[in-house]
Design a protein around this ligand. Structure first.
Ligand code: PLP
Length: 402
């Protein structure tokens, strides 16, 4: 365990000890159903209400506008299908981007099979959506714009406030998948012109299986799960008191140390990016260097396969991701890396390292050095690399070349 280096915090994070402690009483002691009428449960319902207030306050929302769900994917599904259904009479056009999480993209593809029209906006080479292009895509039939706050693969932070403003100028609802951003960068739903926002506890040291959808008062959206009166009658199912209270504790922690943690993570991230690009030739850094999540380092190494790289990193006790969510053996490169314009061969050599406050400079240095050795070894076995070297003048480092 001590030798393990975990750099896949965009996939999930460790539950903070404070979060676990806050949750524990709700399993064997305060186990009542928060919806029951007796005092034993009433106390739990009060604690859930307090958790809802804490989380609402964190993003400038009202308690009544926070709906707990089972995670980010569920919240994305609800926001998009819920608005599409509620506004069916008004229009059938949705605008999103080519770099969304599959929870958004596959939901949109599902709606396309049911008579909806979806525009997938392209992004530039750093992963930015162009608010002007977005405005140009609006039609009289547009009912929803969904653009993620920050990308989970390359870390680019989108101009959300401006996109929300454009949406509102045209009377269109704006949803943002903030799963990677929530708890990591400041978010204010009013200032950022957000009508709906998805978040998930396990991406900020909270438990897995609990998330939220913020829904601005007055937003027309169909209910998600029909049944009991939980979540203001919109999302039925016995309230996950432990999960929600753990989520609120994670939010409290994130709020109290966000500046400190992001400054620390950014220093590690920049050290990692510097070492890797200095020491490994033919390396590309994906995403924008400034408008970027503080914990995200995303690379492409030419002439190698990301999958082989991951396997060898794993053998060295390093947990990382290829950036493509395709752990299923799919050979398609990441849709995000293709959308920023990388050729297929380059996108195949991707690596995403996502840090946390628990990582250290020593770990960063060890990862950079291990990577250097692995990339060198993989390239020495690559016929592509051999061809490239004999074709070009050997010794030319060509840093940053695509
Ligand atoms: C992780 C993630 C999700 C899915 O959240 P779950 O809680 O795991 O369902 C959705 N969107 C983004 C951007 C993510 O990073």
């Amino acid at each position: 365990m001590s030798d393990l280096i975990y750099m896949d915090n965009a996939a999930t994070t460790r539950v903070a000890p404070e979060v676990l402690n806050a949750m524990l009483p709700y399993f064997c002691e305060q186990y009542g159903n928060p919806s029951s009428a007796y005092a034993f449960s009433g106390k739990i319902a009060e604690n859930v209400a307090e958790a809802r207030r804490t989380i609402a306050g964190f993003i400038g929302a009202k308690e009544r506008e926070i709906y707990f769900t089972a995670g980010g994917s569920e919240s994305d599904n609800w926001a998009i299908k819920g608005v599409a259904d509620a506004l069916r009479e008004k229009g059938n056009h949705i605008i999103t981007t080519a770099i969304e999480h599959h929870a958004v993209l596959h939901t949109c593809e599902f709606l396309e099979k049911h008579g909806f029209e979806v525009t997938y906006l392209p992004v530039d080479s750093r992963g930015f959506v162009d608010p002007k292009a977005l405005e140009g895509a609006i039609k009289p039939s547009t009912v929803l714009i969904s653009v993620m706050t920050a990308n989970n693969e390359i870390g680019t932070i989108e101009p959300i406030a401006q996109i929300g403003k454009t949406a509102h100028e045209h009377g269109i609802l704006f949803h943002t998948d903030a799963v990677q951003a929530f708890g990591h960068i400041p978010i204010d739903v009013d200032k950022m012109n957000i009508d709906m926002l998805s978040a998930s506890a396990h991406k900020l040291n909270g438990p897995k299986g609990v998330g939220l959808l913020y829904v601005r008062t007055g937003t027309r959206i169909s209910n998600l799960i029909h049944g009991g009166a939980q979540e203001y009658g919109r999302r039925a199912g016995t309230v996950n008191a432990a999960g929600i209270i753990g989520f609120a504790e994670a939010v409290r922690l994130a709020a109290s140390e966000m500046d400190k943690v992001s400054a620390y993570e950014a220093s590690l991230r920049d050290r990692l990016i510097r070492k890797v690009t200095e020491e490994i030739p033919y390396t590309i850094v994906n995403g924008d260097l400034k408008e970027r999540l503080s914990n995200n380092a995303s690379f492409c190494f030419r002439f190698i396969e990301g999958e082989s790289l991951l396997l060898l990193l794993d053998k060295s006790g390093i947990c990382a991701s290829s950036g493509s969510a395709c752990t299923s053996g799919s050979l398609d490169p990441s849709h995000v890396l293709l959308a920023i314009g990388l050729p297929h061969e380059t996108a195949h050599g991707s690596l995403r390292l996502t840090l946390s406050k628990e990582n250290t400079e020593e770990e960063v240095d060890r990862v950079a050095e291990t990577l250097r050795q692995i990339v060198e070894r993989l390239r020495s076995m690559s016929p592509l690399y051999a061809d490239f070297c004999s074709a070009s003048s050997v010794g030319d480092k060509g840093k940053g070349a695509i």
